[in-house]
Design a protein around this ligand. Sequence first.
Ligand SMILES: C[S@@+](CC[C@H](N)C(=O)[O-])C[C@H]1O[C@@H](n2cnc3c(N)ncnc32)[C@H](O)[C@@H]1O
Length: 222
Amino acid sequence: MRMRKLAWAEDYLKHSPFVAAKPSEHQGKWKAKLSGEKLHVEIGCGKGDYLVEMSKRDPQSAWVGVEKDPNVAAIAARKYDQASDTQNNAALIVGDAQEIEYWFEPGEIDVLHLNFSDPWPKKRAHKKRLSHASFIARYARLIQDQGEIRMKTDNASLFEFSLLQFQEGGWFLHEIHMDYHKEAHEEDAITEYEQRFMNQNQPIYQAVWKKYPYINKDKKKR
Ligand SMILES: C[S@@+](CC[C@H](N)C(=O)[O-])C[C@H]1O[C@@H](n2cnc3c(N)ncnc32)[C@H](O)[C@@H]1O
């Protein structure tokens, strides 16, 4: 759903220190720029609740959000700029994830997050889903070999579709929850959409895929 135009958005995005105006200039250098040991990227970060909160909870990592709607992105930028206790370890790219290969280098990303991606229910629009095979192939080039993709959604059809797309892409399903909030997940912040669905008592589907099968080192030694 498109958000209404905000008169202040364009100007705000031009001046916010949180916004990476020329993201391709940081390609291969995000960890150095944001002083992070790992690089987390959230695609479709919306109004930035998850990005802002996780960058505070995990200041050892670099956090980059990608949001294509400038009106929504401006709200995320203002949220980060006004937040207290931020550690300058996060940045926002205002652009379409289709361009992702211009912004990150192969192997640069450690963890990629897809939180409540648009479901695009009509079959002819499935190619726009952020977990469509064409997007997964792009992510695969940019995520390091031990890296992972984490997804949360309320949408059963999108979840089912994503499970198949990742399987076909050769990704290893490492974790899956059909009702994520049955147990507490204190390490993981709640997104704006997640809170809405939780308020309606809707189950949240969650999965983590690893680029390659994760072999438990302890088991390997035996
Ligand atoms: C349903 S909202 C979810 C927002 C947030 N992740 C949350 O959980 O509250 C999906 C967001 O993804 C953004 N989005 C959709 N397709 C995108 C793309 N190709 N590139 C970047 N952002 C995209 C939309 O503009 C929208 O703000």
